[in-house]
Design a protein around this ligand. Structure first.
Ligand code: FE
Ligand code: CA
Length: 524
């Protein structure tokens, strides 16, 4: 049994959460155990609505992944125009069922554009905490400002989720999760000294395992508070399934795609159940589309991309288990350059280029999992080498995208990326091999909420060979905040003081400006 972390209320979302209910977590109550230990969330906003989410559980880490419930449970939901729930504008009843681990996704509609709403659930005689969500502005409305908070890579064992709490305090209009929201593995005995808090669960490989991983994360008070403070857009990276997997290929070369697809399907199902996203289902082929386009008035268009599900196999895979990304030299791995290889999958590529061709918003934001601008490891007297798990393993696919950006000319493309556990400010070049080629997009890479960064010294040493990278720092954990107006973007790299400190403070490490009409960020 894990004790609930102390719940801290802070100014911006004070009163949003029903504190007595949260404090009752884990205690037996008249009428049964507390049914909302996993909090509430909202996401996929539109001008007329958004998804509201909760998952009922009375025993959140029950070994069968069912949260201690089996029978269907009726759940009442309410959406109000005011924080005090005096003006209920939409309400209804949903049924939480065991097939979806008693997760509830309500796709609310009929609401007014560009305004806040409050929502809550009632089930098993208990009321959930309340959450704050927002509809997006009408498609052509001039929204004057959008505050985005951007997160990736939260390894539970590596530290406390204080960064999530600080994100909530910023009062974002929208939160982006760019992958590695959970990690499927646990630190082994050889790394026990690196554990700040234990997962206390087996490596997730089954539906029950993945469900309980998400459930554990959602008992975190900081993460609950962030989800209750703003709607989100969420995409996954590898660790929602398995480290470095690529499409239908496991990192373990001996695992057949057929066997791996079973594990992947379980992980995808658990992701759907855990996230406040619109209805998506596993196809007969074991695919589950999560990429999407979301418009935020005339100010911004989001293209949320899936850089894992439809990929080709890692080029020249390796590692101890035979299937991982590697650092490879061109001469030794011509497969890397094969133009028939894809990163997004050809359907998603076509969808993206169609969307970019029609894009009319001021800012076109590509939210996705992996560093796009690329990183060359130059070797004196030898071929350059590249880390193949990022877009660098799929250069022909990247060339197709950068050419599309150059030819279709969507206004102000900005790429937001995760995965690398470090802050980067990049120019995405038309030709990644030619630093003199035009910059087609601005890229910001967020660091991690908790996951340990790569060696700062080792990577800093290769940056002189990579002029497309204007800034790199892997020493801080945290997140990014982007304040977006028609004139420009003010991006802040927010670093927490210490991932091992449950009361860590936050400070701005760097600030960047992007001007309307000019690709590439400048220090602000
Ligand atoms: Fe990660
Ligand atoms: Ca990753």
């Amino acid at each position: 049994m894990r004790p609930a972390a102390p719940f801290t209320r802070r100014s911006l979302v004070a009163g949003l959460v029903a504190a007595p209910a949260v404090l009752a977590f884990g205690r037996a109550r008249a009428g049964g155990a507390y049914a909302f230990p996993l909090g509430v969330a909202s996401g996929d906003p539109a001008p007329d609505g958004f998804v509201i989410w909760t998952r009922l559980a009375v025993d959140p880490f029950a070994a069968d992944g069912q949260g201690g419930l089996s029978a269907p449970v009726p759940v009442r939901w309410e959406i109000a125009a005011d924080e005090g729930f005096r003006r209920i504008v939409a309400a209804g009843e949903a049924t939480a069922v065991a097939e979806e681990a008693h997760a509830v996704h309500v796709e609310a509609a009929g609401l007014r554009p560009g305004r806040p709403y409050w929502y809550r659930f009632t089930a098993l005689g208990q009321q959930s905490p309340a959450g704050l969500s927002r509809t997006t502005p009408a498609p052509n409305a001039q929204a004057d400002r959008l505050r985005l908070a951007v997160a990736s890579c939260s390894h539970w064992e590596r530290g406390y989720f204080t960064a999530y709490g600080h994100m909530a305090d910023e009062g974002p209009d929208l939160t982006l999760f760019l992958g590695d929201y959970i990690y499927e593995y646990s630190l082994g005995p050889d790394r026990a000294d690196q554990k700040v808090r234990a997962y206390g669960l087996e490596e997730a490989t089954t539906l029950a395992g993945y469900r309980n991983r998400y459930a554990l994360h959602r008992t975190d008070a900081h993460l609950q508070r962030l989800h209750a403070a703003a709607p989100c857009l969420a995409v996954w990276d590898d660790h929602e399934v398995q480290d470095d997997y690529s499409g239908i290929w496991s990192k373990v070369a001996a695992t057949s795609p057929r066997d791996f697809l079973r594990r992947r399907a379980a992980a995808y199902q658990a992701f759907y159940e855990a996230m406040p996203i619109r209805r998506t289902r596993l196809s007969a082929a074991g695919e589950m589309p999560i990429y999407k386009q979301v418009r935020y008035g005339a100010l911004a268009e989001f293209f949320m991309l899936d850089g894992r599900q439809y990929r080709s196999r890692q080029p020249c895979p390796g590692g101890p288990e035979g299937g991982k990304g590697r650092i490879v030299a061109d001469g030794a791995c011509p497969d890397r350059l094969d133009p028939s290889r894809t990163f997004l999958g050809f359907d998603q590529e076509r969808w993206l280029y169609d969307g970019l061709a029609r894009a009319s918003a001021q800012w076109n934001i590509l939210g996705q999992d992996l560093v796009m601008a690329g990183l060359r490891f130059a070797r004196p007297g030898g071929d350059d080498t590249y880390w193949t798990d990022t877009w660098d393993g799929f250069p022909a696919a990247r060339d197709r995208l950068t050419r599309a950006l150059s030819q279709l000319k969507p206004r102000n493309p900005v790429v937001l990326s995760g995965d690398y556990h470090s802050f980067w400010t990049n120019d995405v070049k038309l030709d990644s091999r030619d630093p003199g080629s035009p910059t087609v997009a601005t890229e910001f890479v967020g660091t991690s909420i908790t996951s340990t960064g790569p060696s700062h010294e080792a990577l800093s040493a290769v940056m002189p060979d990579n002029p497309q990278v204007k800034f790199f720092d892997s020493r801080s954990r945290g997140y990014m905040t982007l304040d977006i107006t028609a004139a420009g973007i003010d991006a802040r790299y927010q670093a927490i003081s210490d991932v091992r400190d449950p009361k860590a403070s936050v400070a701005t490490l760097r600030r960047w400006a992007v001007e309307n009409g000019k690709a590439g960020a400048t220090p602000a």
